[in-house]
Design a protein around this ligand. Structure first.
Ligand code: NI
Ligand code: MN
Length: 223
């Protein structure tokens, strides 16, 4: 089944398929459509770590929609304390949800919460399979992810400063061997200003992956 990928802003995006919507790392500040938490429809809310630019609107959206937050244990506990439904998982863990399988992937980054760990997600959302790296440095074990759960799309941060920059994300793309790469987490603020089209050229020259440059506010169809 195909899915719609809607890029809201920064590292926040939704995937819609089979009448259900998952939102990743809800952070609505500055989004070009002026979306507020109340405008968002979501059945599932993925939170990779507790830095504000990933969790800011997560609880409001989850509460309003009675959605399930899927995240690491420490953030799931915090979500519960804030009156949200949450499914706690952790690094290396997999679980079969009604839409498909989720794996919590490693990410090398701060957790933003005591005792926690940042993560990425490999998600099969009604047959659309993607890896969202979250905020992370480049790490060589990305090479293992396709072996564990094959995916077609890799959503990668390219902003630098806090995460991989385009050069490192190109090496990540070499490791990941996804059909498509979608860059996120860039151009939100001056320290993470990057040229996504230059990244696209580089990745498409060095790998077999195609890069989908999706601007905030735009939607693309994932097959
Ligand atoms: Ni972060
Ligand atoms: Mn971030």
């Amino acid at each position: 089944m195909s899915a719609k990928f809607h890029f809201i802003n920064h590292a926040c995006f939704t995937i819609e398929s089979n009448g259900k919507t998952a939102i990743f790392d809800p952070f609505l500040e500055g989004n070009p459509e002026g979306l507020k938490a109340n405008d968002i429809k979501a059945d599932y809310v993925f939170v990779s770590h507790a830095h504000f630019d990933h969790i800011a609107d997560a609880f409001a959206i989850a509460k309003k929609n009675n959605a399930t937050i899927i995240t690491t244990a420490e953030i799931a506990n915090l979500a519960g304390e804030n009156g949200c439904n949450a499914h706690a998982m952790h690094l290396g863990g997999t679980f079969q949800f009604p839409f498909g399988k989720v794996r919590i992937a490693m990410a090398f980054h701060g957790s933003g919460i005591a005792g926690g760990h940042a993560c990425g997600f490999v998600v099969d959302f009604y047959g659309t399979k993607l890896y969202y790296a979250g905020d992370t440095a480049l790490f060589s074990d990305m090479q293992l992810l396709q072996r564990q759960d094959a995916f077609d799309y890799a959503v990668l941060p390219i902003g630098g400063n806090f995460t991989m920059d385009p050069k490192d994300a190109t090496i990540a793309a070499e490791f990941l061997q996804a059909k498509y790469v979608i860059p996120v987490h860039y151009n939100t603020w001056p320290p993470i200003k990057q040229d996504a089209n230059a990244f696209k050229q580089d990745v498409e020259q060095k790998t077999k992956s195609k890069v989908l440059v999706v601007n905030p506010g735009e939607t693309v169809e994932l097959k």
